[in-house]
Write a protein that binds this ligand. Structure first.
Ligand code: FES
Length: 154
């Protein structure tokens, strides 16, 4: 396990696009998101302008440029959940929070992550918020859940 961003970036001596994507993924796994500082460091290492790195990274859904929200919502889109109508739940979350999966709200309160399986297919469709599972979800239940989380933060 690497101890620092510099150590992670230093593993990549080849400056091709695959190395760049691997470096972005590894640094994100380490730091949780791609901060300006990380982008600048990677840019220096790969001899690319920060704007170019942003351009490349923002093309891929898996990269985030803000830390996870205080309430991190995992929406499962695995087979069992998908067949149980998980997409309308995701759409409702995205509509109410005005962000897409992979993003964080500007106030830092909420982030959404789409995952392949939460390992609780019998509860489909299921979401998990900071590790707490919400089974057999329906889109109409999302607003209350978000409101309660906002109240608990007030
Ligand atoms: S498919 Fe959703 S928990 Fe397994």
């Amino acid at each position: 396990m690497a101890d620092s961003i510099d150590e992670i970036i230093g593993k990549y001596s080849n400056t091709n696009r695959n190395d760049l994507l691997d470096a972005l993924q590894d640094t994100q796994d380490f730091a949780g998101y791609l901060s300006e500082e990380v982008i600048t460091k990677i840019g220096k290492h790969f001899n690319l302008a920060s704007a170019k790195i942003y351009g490349i990274a923002s093309f891929y859904d898996q990269f985030r440029f803000l830390p996870q929200g205080k309430f991190h919502i995992k929406i499962c889109n695995g087979t069992a959940c998908h067949l149980s109508e998980s997409k309308p739940i995701q759409k409702e979350l995205e509509k109410l929070l005005k962000i897409k999966a992979g993003q964080t709200t500007r106030d830092g309160l909420f982030s959404i992550e789409e995952v392949a399986c939460l390992g609780s297919c019998g509860l489909a469709p299921v979401i998990a918020i900071n590790g707490e599972f919400y089974p057999s979800m329906k889109p109409a239940e999302i607003r209350d859940i978000l409101d309660n989380l906002k109240k608990s933060d007030a």
